[in-house]
Design a protein around this ligand. Structure first.
Ligand SMILES: [Zn+2]
Length: 295
């Protein structure tokens, strides 16, 4: 399997931009880490795919974007975090939830997410993250992202996301795209884009499954049919956790003297697990005593 990647392109007149990703490897990695059911591979996979595409809209290295769905469905919270280069990590509160297919015979992501709200939080390194709150439209994720861009960023957007699993629950194809109109878009271009989107009969995961390495080209040529465009970059992305033993230490120290002393008094090592990559770190009472001394 080729790795995940993002391709970014723009119409030559500057009217519209298109970000496409094949996120198959990222979604499969998430499934392996979290042991997600088929429905939850699709739910978390779509969230991670969207987060990755939105993350690479950030301006600077060090910026990050968090997308968090907090619906009342059985999935609980579903979270994705991306760096400015589209590398993502994430988790779902209830990764094993499985639901029967919806009325269209598809994985019932909307049913798993439920209704309520979702957040988009951008950390620009200034200390105070910018957070936008939106109502969940359908819980199918793509429609929700479209709504977010329309309401919170006043940017007309088309978002498509898809995850395909095999019988063993492995992700065999995942991807998505975000098409956005830029300020002052030519009316004629809008009409062509709308017609092109309507003419796309295949889902984005079906395109990734069928076209493989040529999926980006196929999406670009379908969306920009009759419109001149340029690809401005293409880069690899991956499921990437940023946790470290140092970060755990910091978290423990931040609990304060009293809590640390209580842990030491228990005389047992403290186990901590990363929510994003389920890596475990253990700290002995001696190590905790060392931290206490630093306070
Ligand atoms: Zn981790």
């Amino acid at each position: 399997m080729i790795g995940s990647y993002i391709t970014r392109a723009m119409s030559s007149d500057g009217s519209a931009r298109l970000f496409f990703t094949d996120s198959t490897e990222i979604v499969q990695k998430a499934h392996e880490i979290h042991g997600t059911s088929k429905t939850m591979t699709a739910a978390l996979g779509r969230v991670l795919t969207a987060t990755s595409l939105m993350g690479c809209m950030l301006k600077d290295k060090g910026n990050s974007l968090t997308l968090q769905f907090k619906g009342d469905g059985p999935a609980g919270s579903v979270v994705g975090v991306s760096d400015y280069a589209g590398n993502v990590r994430g988790y779902a509160q209830n990764p094993a939830v499985e639901l029967p297919p919806n009325s269209h015979g598809k994985l019932d992501v909307g049913g798993a997410i439920g209704s309520g709200s979702f957040y988009v939080s951008k950390d620009m390194g200034t200390g105070e993250p910018y957070t936008g709150l939106c109502n969940i439209v359908s819980g199918e994720i793509a429609e929700d992202i479209t709504e977010y861009f329309a309401v919170s960023e006043q940017t007309p957007t088309v978002c498509a996301l898809g995850v395909k699993c095999d019988l063993l629950n492995n992700c065999i194809a995942a991807g998505g795209f975000i098409l956005q109109l830029m300020p002052g878009t030519d009316e004629r271009t809008v009409d062509i884009l709308e017609a092109n989107i309507l003419n796309m009969k295949q889902s984005v995961s079906a395109i990734v499954a069928e076209y493989g390495e040529k999926a980006a080209l196929h999406v670009l040529e379908s969306v920009f049919k009759g419109i001149e465009y340029q690809v401005f970059d293409e880069f690899d992305t991956e499921y990437r956790c940023t946790c470290s033993r140092k970060a755990y230490e910091k978290a423990l120290i931040s609990l304060g003297k009293k809590e640390l002393q209580e842990m030491i008094d228990e005389g047992k090592p403290i186990e901590m697990t990363c929510r994003f990559c389920v890596r475990r770190e253990s700290f002995t009472p001696d190590e905790l005593t060392g931290m206490l001394k630093k306070l």
